[in-house]
Design a protein around this ligand. Structure first.
Ligand code: GLU
Length: 506
C-alpha cells in the first residue's frame, strides 16, 4: 500500500540520547509503521559548538537495540539525503535569501553586548526583552528595517557580523493546530524575531528544520513538548515560503518520579535507575552513565514501558509487542499532560517479559554466563533449570543466584538457617536419609518425593525435621524451587554427596 506518511526523528548529536528522545523516536516509528509510512533519521548538527563526535553512532545504536531502525537516514539513502544537516549547509542560504527578498526576513547588526544591555534593562523593570517591532519602533535595535540600504551594504561589505532574523508580523492572532493539544491561539506580539541565519554561514535550528522538513516531504512532525513554543514561528515560516505545513504533534514531557519537573539524569543517579538506553562514556570527563541494555533490560520490555509514558490503549492491556503497538498506536490517545516516570513499573515490565520468553531463548542468554564460570552443561539441563527458576527472576543476571545449586554444591551454608534447623540428631537423621535415597531406583521428582515422605511418615517425625536440613545440604540456604525437583535434577550421587558434605561440615 502506498502511503504519504513520512516522519522524522531529528536529534542534535550533543550527547547520549535521553529516554525522552527514545520515546519521541518510538512514537514516530509506530506512527510511520501503522500508516505504512517512512521513518527518517535526520541529524541536526548545525550547532558545531555543541557537537559530540560519538553521539550520532550512539543514537543509531540505540534505535537498533530498540528494534526501531530508521528507513532513511545517514548510511541509508532514500532519495532525500544527505541526512546530516552539516552536509546540507550550502543549501540553506538560498532559503534565507528568499525570505529577505520577500520581506519576511532582515539583517540585524546588534552586538551581543547591546542585546545583553537591553535584556538587563528590561529585567530591571520587571519586563522581558523581546526582539520585535516594539523595540524597533523605540529605536533600540540596529537592523536593516531601520538602517538605509547603503548603510546595510556598507556594514556587510566591511565584514561586520550580522544575523538574518525573521520578521514576525505585528498584531496578529495565530490559530495553530496540534494533533494532541487541539487548537492553540497565539498573539504574535509575544513572539521574538528569531535568528534564522548566522554570519558564520550556518542556519539556525529553526530555518534548517523547516527547510529540511519541507524538502524531505515530512507529513507529520512528532516531537517533544519543549518545541511547542517554536510552533508559531514554524507555522509562520511555512506561510512565508508559501509551503504547506506538515501536521504537528507535541508529546508530553516525561516527569520526575518524585517532585516536579522534567526527568533528568540526576534523578536517575539519585534514585538508582538509568535514563539512557545504552551505556554512555563521556569522552571528555570519562564519566560512564548506565544504560537499560547493560542493566539487563530486554529491549521489548523497555519499549513497552516507554510506549506507556504518554500513551495508553484505552483498555486494561499493558503488555504490547512492537507489532501490537504498531497496530494500536494512535496520536489521539497520547495525553497532553506530563507522564511521571516510574522505575518500579519499568522493573515490572521487565519481569513480565522474562516470563514470556521461552526457556530455549533464555538458555542461550544464560549459557555464556555459565561458561564464564567454567560450567558446561547440556542445553536441555539448563533449559529445565530455567523453567524451574524463571518466575522468580527479573534479569538474566539473577539466574545464577537463583540456580547455582543446580550446577555446583554449596560452598557455604546460611548461618541463621543452620542454627535454626541443624540440630542435635540431625546428622544421624541425614545418615538414615542417605540410606533411604540409596535405595530409590526411579529418581524422578514424584517418586523421590513419595518415597522420602513415606519414610518420614513411618518414622513419625515432623516433615520440617528432615526437609529443612535436606534443603540446607543441597542448596546452602532455605530457598529455591521445589526440593524434589532439585533432587531429580542433580541426581542420586550428587544428592548423597551433598548430604555427606553437610554432615561433615555442619
Ligand atoms: N533538533 C531538535 C532536537 O534536538 C529537533 C526538534 C524537532 O523535532 O523539530 O530535538
Amino acid at each position: 500500500m502506498e502511503s504519504n506518511v513520512r516522519v522524522r526523528f531529528a536529534p542534535s548529536p550533543t550527547g547520549p540520547l535521553h529516554i525522552g528522545g527514545v520515546r519521541t523516536a518510538l512514537y514516530n516509528y509506530l506512527f510511520a509503521k501503522k500508516h505504512n509510512g517512512t521513518f527518517i533519521l535526520r541529524i541536526e548538527d548545525t550547532d558545531q559548538t555543541r557537537y559530540v563526535a560519538n553521539a550520532e553512532q550512539y543514537i543509531i545504536d540505540a534505535l537498533n537495540w530498540c528494534k526501531i531502525p530508521f528507513d532513511e537516514g545517514p548510511g541509508k539513502e532514500g532519495g532525500f539525503g544527505p541526512y546530516r544537516q552539516s552536509e546540507r549547509k550550502n543549501l540553506y542560504k538560498k532559503y534565507a535569501d528568499i525570505l529577505l527578498e520577500k520581506g519576511w526576513a532582515y539583517y540585524a547588526f546588534d552586538t551581543a553586548e547591546e542585546l545583553d544591555a537591553h535584556r538587563k534593562g528590561h529585567e530591571a523593570e520587571g519586563k522581558t526583552f523581546i526582539y520585535n517591532w516594539h523595540n524597533r519602533e523605540k529605536g533600540r535595535l540596529v537592523n536593516s528595517l531601520v538602517l538605509s540600504d547603503e548603510e546595510v551594504q556598507k556594514r556587510i561589505n566591511s565584514g561586520e557580523n550580522f544575523v538574518i532574523r525573521f520578521k514576525i508580523p505585528k498584531d496578529e492572532t495565530l490559530i495553530l493546530e496540534d494533533e494532541i493539544r487541539g487548537t492553540i491561539k497565539i498573539d504574535t506580539n509575544t513572539l521574538d524575531d528569531k535568528i534564522l541565519f548566522k554570519s558564520d554561514g550556518m542556519p539556525t535550528y529553526h530555518l534548517a528544520n523547516i527547510v529540511d522538513d519541507h524538502l524531505m516531504e515530512i507529513s507529520h512532525v512528532i516531537r517533544g513538548e519543549e518545541w511547542l513554543p517554536s510552533l508559531p514561528l514554524h507555522n509562520l515560516l511555512y506561510k512565508a515560503f508559501g509551503w504547506d505545513a506538515p501536521k504537528f504533534a507535541h508529546l508530553p514531557l516525561i516527569l520526575k518520579p518524585v517532585g516536579k519537573g522534567k526527568l533528568s539524569k540526576r534523578d536517575g543517579d539519585k534514585l538508582g535507575f538509568p535514563v539512557f538506553p545504552l551505556e554512555y562514556t563521556n569522552k571528555e570527563t570519562g564519566d560512564v552513565s548506565r544504560g537499560y541494555k547493560e542493566d539487563g533490560y530486554f529491549a521489548d520490555a523497555f519499549i513497552n514501558m516507554l510506549a506507556f509514558l504518554g500513551w495508553n490503549p484505552g483498555t486494561e492491556q499493558e503488555l504490547f509487542s512492537l507489532e501490537d503497538l504498531i497496530k494500536d498506536f494512535d496520536l489521539k490517545r497520547v495525553s497532553k499532560s506530563g507522564a511521571k516516570f516510574n522505575p518500579d513499573k519499568t522493573k515490572w515490565f521487565q519481569q513480565q517479559y522474562m516470563q514470556t520468553k521461552s526457556d530455549a531463548e533464555l538458555t542461550e542468554l544464560y549459557i555464556p554466563i555459565l561458561e564464564e564460570k567454567n560450567i558446561s552443561k547440556e542445553k536441555i539441563y539448563v533449559e529445565k533449570v530455567i523453567s524451574l527458576i524463571k518466575e522468580r527472576a527479573v534479569f538474566i543476571e539473577d539466574f545464577w543466584e537463583l540456580s547455582s545449586f543446580f550446577f555446583e554444591a554449596p560452598t557455604e551454608y546460611d548461618a541463621k538457617n543452620v542454627k535454626k534447623n541443624w540440630k542435635e540428631g540431625t546428622p544421624e537423621l541425614m545418615q538414615e536419609l542417605i540410606a533411604v535415597i540409596n535405595n530409590i531406583e526411579d529418581f524422578s521428582s514424584e517418586n523421590t518425593e513419595s518415597k522420602i515422605k513415606a519414610w518420614i511418615t513411618e518414622k513419625e517425625i515432623g516433615f520440617g525435621k528432615v526437609m529443612q536440613p535436606l534443603r540446607l545440604s543441597l542448596v546452602g540456604k532455605l530457598a529455591g524451587p521445589h526440593l524434589f525437583d532439585i533432587i531429580a535434577m542433580i541426581g542420586k550421587q550428587e544428592t548423597v554427596a551433598r548430604l555427606n558434605n553437610a554432615i561433615e561440615k555442619l
